[in-house]
Ligand binder design. Structure first.
Ligand code: SF4
Length: 139
């Protein structure tokens, strides 16, 4: 099976703070499968490291109010294209991200409060009927 994965879960240093979310659980799960690494925020042209962002009333913003909505949405579209062109049947996504979060996202107050919802990329994948899994759901 072809599986797309949030690149940071595979060890790419593409997180907003320049680090990664390398997951042994993911590495184990994808063994023997064809893996496609995707980072929508990097594809959208955002630098690494970069300011953290949250979805504020439907618009992705930095804490100082600067909108990065355009970059997030462009990146999500490009990442969707990569996933579709590769024919990935499943996308494993990093939790809580304003791009990749599949179950919860921060509430837009930059206070660390989670609410049910999806990041921009996760939502776009779901709208295109692509199977997604939050990394926290992995067995
Ligand atoms: S956009 Fe997704 S893949 Fe890129 S660093 Fe954030 S959580 Fe990881």
């Amino acid at each position: 099976m072809k599986i797309a994965v949030s690149a940071c879960l595979l060890g790419s240093n593409c997180k907003y703070n320049g680090g990664n979310n390398l997951s042994e659980k993911v590495m184990e799960f994808v063994k023997g499968h064809e893996v496609i690494a995707v980072c929508p925020e990097v594809l959208g042209g955002l630098p690494t490291p970069r300011e953290s962002s949250e979805i504020v009333n439907g618009v992705v913003r930095h804490k100082d109010g600067t909108s990065v909505d355009l970059e997030f949405r462009r990146g999500a579209e490009l990442a969707l294209k990569q996933v579709m062109e590769a024919g990935a049947e499943l996308v494993i996504l990093q939790s809580r991200s304003p791009s990749c979060g599949a179950k919860n996202v921060y509430d837009g107050t930059f206070s660390g409060t989670l609410i049910p919802g999806q990041g921009v990329f996760a939502k776009l994948l779901m709208e295109n009927n692509i199977k997604v899994m939050d990394v926290s759901e992995l067995p």
